[in-house]
Ligand binder design. Structure first.
Ligand SMILES: [Zn+2]
Length: 520
C-alpha cells in the first residue's frame, strides 16, 4: 500500500490588493520540495505531522511518499506561479509513484489564485486525472475552508478543524489519515455527505470556547461519541473571499450513507439557525479608548482590530486606531503594530534614541489610514521571536527588520511583515509587555483569545475599516452572483446534501442528491 502526502495551504483574502507570489510563500511559510517534506514536518504539530504519525502506526505498514508542501501566511490571492510550481512538483511525485492507493492533502480550503477561485478544487480535479479511479483522496482542511460542490465531489474524505481558535492541527491530520485508511481497508466503507449553507459570517463573531457555536460543535461531537457518525466538519467559509458562488458547508461521515446525509443536512440547518448570533458586537474606537483612559477599567484593554488582521489576509498596514489615539492625545499607554517596510528602513536610518517625522501605514492598501507624526525610535530588531501559541510553542517566527517607535503615549511596533498577531509574544519579544499597557491593539480575529484572555482586563472588538472588516456589508464583493446571508435571509431554509459513496475498488463519483427534508 502506498500513500502520498502533500500540502498547499493559504487563507486568501480577495480584498488585499497585494498578490501572494512565491516570495511571500517562502518568506512567511515554507515551500518544500517533495524530498524535503518528511524531514521538515515529521513530528511537527501540524496536519502533515499527524498524517505521518497515523500511517507509521498503521499495522498495514503503508509506504509513505511525499509531494511538495507549500504553506503561507494569509494574504492577497496567490499568483499563478504558486499553483503551477506546486503542481509541477506534485504531478512529478504522483507519476513517479504510481500506482498510488491514496493521496492525503493538507489544505486550508480558502486558497484563491488569480486563475482559480477554488484552487483546491482545481488541484483535486487534476489529481483525479492522474491516479487510478480507486485511489482515495483525503483532505485535512481549516474550519474556514470554502468547500465547493466540485471539491466535495472529487474527494473521499474531508476533515476540518474542530477548534476555533485553531489548536487541533495535528489531530485533524490524524482524523484525515485514519478515515483515509478506513476508506481503503474497511469492509463497510464510510460514506461522506456534504451540505452547502448559504451564509458567510465574520470569523470574529464566534469561537468554540463558549456560546452557540460551541454548543453546535458539542452536539456534533456527541454524534461521533455515540457512534451515529464517524466524523463531522462544520466549515464556516472564510468571509473575505470574493467568489461567484460562496457557501459555508457541513460534512458528515458515517458507515451508513443515509445517516451521513441526514446529519449533514441536520448540521447545516442548525448552523443556519445560528446565523443571527454570529453578528459581531462592535464598539467604536473612541469608546474603547475611553475605557482604556478610565482608571476604574480593568487593564489592559484589548482593542481587537480584526479588520486589519494579517491572519485573515489583511495587509496589516492600517493606522486607524493609532491615528485616533494621537488625535485625542490620549493619556492611555497604548501599543499597536503595523506592517510598513519603508518606515522600518527610516527607523534604522534615524537610529535608536533619534526622532524624526514618520509617515506610517497605508503602503499596500491605499485606502488604509496613515499617520504623519514625529516619533522617537526606542529600539531596533532583527524581527525574530519565539511563539507561545498552542501547537507552535517555542517555535521561531520572523517579522523581518523591525522597530519600536514611540509617539506620545503610543508605542508602535513597525515591521516588514506581521505574523502571528494573535500571539502576545509578538509584542513581548520586542520590549512591549502587553500587561503593562492600558490599551493593546490586536490585529487578529479569534486566535488571540488563546494567549490574551489570561492577561486581558477587558476585550472589545472595534468597528474598524480594512480588508477583513467584521461588518461584511462594508465591503464590495464584485464577483458574487449568488446572494447569501447576510445579504439575504431565508427563514424557510431547507438543507440539501450530496452523498459521495466511498467504495474501494470501484469508480468514485457516484453521487446522489439529498432526498428532501423528510429525513430530518
Ligand atoms: Zn481558520
Amino acid at each position: 500500500m502506498k500513500v502520498l502526502i502533500t500540502e498547499i495551504r493559504q487563507e486568501s483574502n480577495s480584498f488585499n490588493p497585494l498578490l501572494s507570489g512565491l516570495a511571500h510563500w517562502r518568506k512567511s511559510g515554507w515551500v518544500l520540495a517533495a524530498n524535503e517534506v518528511g524531514a521538515a514536518l515529521k513530528g511537527v504539530e501540524c496536519a502533515v505531522g499527524g498524517m505521518i504519525e497515523v500511517l507509521e502506526a498503521s499495522p498495514r505498514r503503508p509506504e509513505i511518499v511525499f509531494g511538495p508542501a507549500f504553506s503561507a501566511q494569509s494574504g492577497g490571492p496567490a499568483e499563478s506561479e504558486v499553483l503551477e510550481s506546486f503542481w509541477e512538483g506534485l504531478s512529478q511525485a504522483i507519476e513517479a509513484n504510481l500506482p498510488l492507493d491514496a493521496v492525503f492533502f493538507s489544505f486550508h480550503g480558502a486558497l484563491q489564485t488569480i486563475d482559480f477561485d477554488d484552487a483546491q478544487g482545481e488541484i483535486v480535479r487534476r489529481v483525479r486525472e492522474l491516479v487510478p479511479s480507486t485511489c482515495v483522496l483525503a483532505a485535512s482542511l481549516d474550519m474556514h475552508g470554502y468547500i465547493t460542490e466540485a471539491f466535495a465531489a472529487a474527494v473521499d474524505i474531508m476533515c476540518g478543524y474542530h477548534t476555533y481558535p485553531h489548536v487541533d492541527f495535528a489531530e485533524t491530520g490524524r482524523r484525515t489519515a485514519r478515515l483515509g485508511l478506513a476508506a481503503l481497508t474497511s469492509a463497510s466503507a464510510p460514506a461522506i455527505a456534504w451540505s452547502p449553507v448559504p451564509m458567510m459570517v465574520s470569523a470574529s463573531a464566534y469561537n468554540t470556547l463558549s456560546g452557540p457555536f460551541r454548543d453546535l460543535s458539542l452536539y456534533a461531537e456527541r454524534l461521533v461519541e455515540t457512534g451515529e457518525l464517524l466524523d463531522f466538519s462544520i466549515f464556516q467559509m472564510q468571509p473575505w473571499l470574493d467568489v461567484s458562488k460562496p457557501n459555508s458547508a457541513t460534512v458528515a461521515i458515517g458507515h451508513d450513507p443515509r445517516k451521513a446525509e441526514r446529519y449533514a443536512r441536520d448540521l447545516a440547518e442548525r448552523l443556519y439557525r445560528l446565523r443571527h448570533t454570529f453578528t459581531p458586537k462592535l464598539s467604536s474606537i473612541d469608546f474603547i479608548i475611553d475605557r482604556a483612559e478610565d482608571p476604574t477599567a480593568s487593564k489592559p484593554v484589548i482593542l481587537v482590530d480584526s479588520a486589519d488582521s494579517p491572519n485573515a489576509g489583511a495587509p496589516g498596514d492600517s493606522m486607524a486606531v493609532a491615528r485616533r489615539l494621537l488625535e485625542r492625545q490620549s493619556t492611555a499607554r497604548s501599543a499597536t503594530v503595523v506592517s510598513d517596510p519603508a518606515a522600518v528602513a527610516q527607523a534604522f536610518e534615524v537610529g535608536v534614541g533619534g526622532s524624526a517625522e514618520f509617515a506610517i501605514g497605508g503602503r499596500v492598501d491605499a485606502s488604509a489610514i496613515r499617520i504623519n507624526a514625529v516619533g522617537y525610535v526606542r529600539s531596533l530588531h532583527d524581527g525574530e521571536f519565539r511563539l507561545e501559541f498552542v501547537g507552535h510553542g517555542g517555535r521561531s517566527s520572523r517579522i523581518g527588520k523591525s522597530a519600536v517607535v514611540r509617539f506620545g503615549n503610543l508605542d508602535v511596533l513597525v515591521c516588514e511583515t506581521i505574523v502571528s498577531s494573535g500571539d502576545p509574544q509578538l509584542y513581548r519579544a520586542f520590549g512591549i509587555e502587553p500587561s503593562m499597557y492600558d490599551l493593546v491593539a490586536v490585529k487578529a480575529n479569534t486566535s488571540f483569545r488563546v494567549g490574551y484572555t489570561k492577561i486581558a482586563g477587558e476585550i472589545y472588538e472595534a468597528d474598524t475599516p480594512g480588508a477583513a472588516a467584521p461588518d461584511l456589508l462594508r465591503l464590495s464583493f464584485r464577483k458574487m452572483t449568488e446572494r447569501l446571508y447576510p445579504w439575504m435571509d431565508d427563514a424557510t431554509f431547507k438543507a440539501r446534501a450530496r452523498v459521495g459513496r466511498l467504495v474501494a475498488n470501484s469508480p468514485h463519483g457516484e453521487l446522489t442528491e439529498g432526498r428532501g427534508a423528510d429525513r430530518i
